[in-house]
Structures are given as C-alpha cells and as structure tokens.
Design a binder for this molecule. Structure first.
Ligand code: TMP
Length: 235
C-alpha cells in the first residue's frame, strides 16, 4: 500500500490517497488542539496510542456487525481505511453530563442522564462547529432523513457496545464523538477514530479522567492517562 498524494491535513491526522481510489491511509499525529484551535500542543506518543486504540475499537465493533472504514493497520502510526464521502457532521453521544452539555444545561459534571443524548454539530471551523438539529441538517442538505436514521441507529449501537466493554475495564464512558461517511454504494459507514481525543473515559471507582480533558483543562499526566486507558482497553 503506497501513499500517492496528501489529501488533507487536519489537527490530529493526515489523510493520504493511495493507488487504489477506494483506499486511503490515515496517519495519526502527536499534535493536539483544544477550543477550536485556540490551545495547541503535543502529546508525546498520542498518534501511536490513538492508532492502536482505534484499531482495537474498530475490530470490536466489527465483531458486533458494525461496519467501519477500518481495513488494516500498516505501521504504528498508520491505518488503511475505506474511502468515504464524509458527512459534515459530528455526532455526539452522552451518557453522563460533562463538558459543553454540563455548561449549557447547568448540570454538575458527572450527573447521570436518564437516557443517552445524541447531538449533532455542523463541521465548520470558521463557525466553531455549531450544534444543529435534524431540520438544520435537512435545510443545509448535509444528509437525508434516511441517512440520519442510519447514523442514529449505528451511534446508539456503538454506545451500547463500547459502554458494556469499558464497564468490564472499570471505565465509565461519559460521552464520545463519531463521524460518518458514504461508501461507493452510498451506504452510511462509521469513519474517523475512536480514542481519548474524542471520548471521555472516567475511571469508574475514582472518576479520574483518562482522556483529552487532561490536556484541555491543564490537569497534567496527559501521556500517562493515554497510556493507562490504552493498557486497560487492550489488556
Ligand atoms: P463537549 O462536551 O465539549 O461538547 O464534547 C463532547 C464529546 O465530544 C467529548 O467526548 C469530546 C468530543 N468532541 C470531539 O471529539 N470533537 C469536538 O470538536 C467536540 C466539540 C467534542
């Protein structure tokens, strides 16, 4: 599998085209940003850890019949994935109030939610990824209703699988963000990554944060938290 051309460089990943138009290569970087790029830094070894964790979770989801873009791991920082035409949405699932939801609704962080909450954000850096609902999404032609139905059904299944799995590792899955795309048959497929960059993982006993909030909030022990969650997940 050879890279032919850089397609896109994001905050945490670089995507390359290959000689096969149906296959891309994702390269995981150590760069970290927060607050829509306001805070920048490096988390030593993050790219390697996120590549490993995403591989692990994509394989776990496959074993539960959830299709993802993952094809193969090429080296410690790179995976081959299916080419998708991405839906310009971030899909956030929350089990416990934290982050922006805690702020918006005036809930103390750590308040369990009676039912999981799904939120959409429009992926647009200039606008700061504003939250949108199904009507905004249809009005902007970002996705069709049947596609949103698929996205929601897959997202809640992923939540169920990851929550159950992580509970067995004494980890509480507080919330996470997913991204989806369409394959060559217009089927909705899970893409992006599943890592401490886009999930909140709390130790079930101590509520210690084992995710990117340690970087976002200057809590220290960032690399150690990434190492610990990877160790627990893959143990
Ligand atoms: P939030 O509480 O800041 O809205 O974040 C909710 C979850 O989504 C959290 O696990 C972090 C993740 N997330 C991303 O991965 N990328 C983003 O741009 C945002 C806003 C959140």
């Amino acid at each position: 599998m050879q890279k032919t051309k850089m397609l896109y460089e994001g905050k945490a990943k670089i995507v390359y085209e290959t000689e096969d138009p149906q296959v891309l290569i994702v390269h995981f970087k150590d760069d970290a940003t927060a607050g829509n790029g306001a805070k920048k830094g490096t988390i030593q070894g993050k790219g390697i850890m996120n590549n490993k964790m995403s591989e692990f979770f994509f394989k776990l989801l496959k074993s539960h019949d959830i299709e993802t873009h993952y094809i193969d791991t090429l080296n410690e920082r790179e995976m081959a994935v299916k080419t998708l035409r991405m839906v310009a949405l971030e899909v956030i699932i929350r089990n416990v109030a934290a982050g922006s939801l805690a702020k918006r609704l005036g809930l103390p962080e750590g308040t369990p939610l009676s039912t999981p909450v799904l939120e959409y954000c429009y992926k647009n850096d200039e606008l700061g990824d504003p939250m949108v609902n199904r009507y905004h999404i249809m009005a902007l032609d970002l996705a069709r209703v049947s596609e949103l139905d698929d996205i929601e059904s897959i997202s809640f299944k992923v939540n169920h699988i990851l929550t159950d799995f992580l509970r067995s590792k004494n980890v509480n899955l507080i919330d996470f963000k997913l991204e989806f795309g369409r394959d060559e048959h217009d089927k909705i497929i899970l893409g992006d990554e599943i890592s401490p960059d886009n999930c909140r993982f709390w130790d079930m006993t101590t509520n210690e944060k084992l995710d990117k909030d340690r970087f976002r909030r200057d809590l220290g022990g960032v690399e150690e938290a990434y190492q610990e969650i990877l160790r627990r997940v893959t143990a």
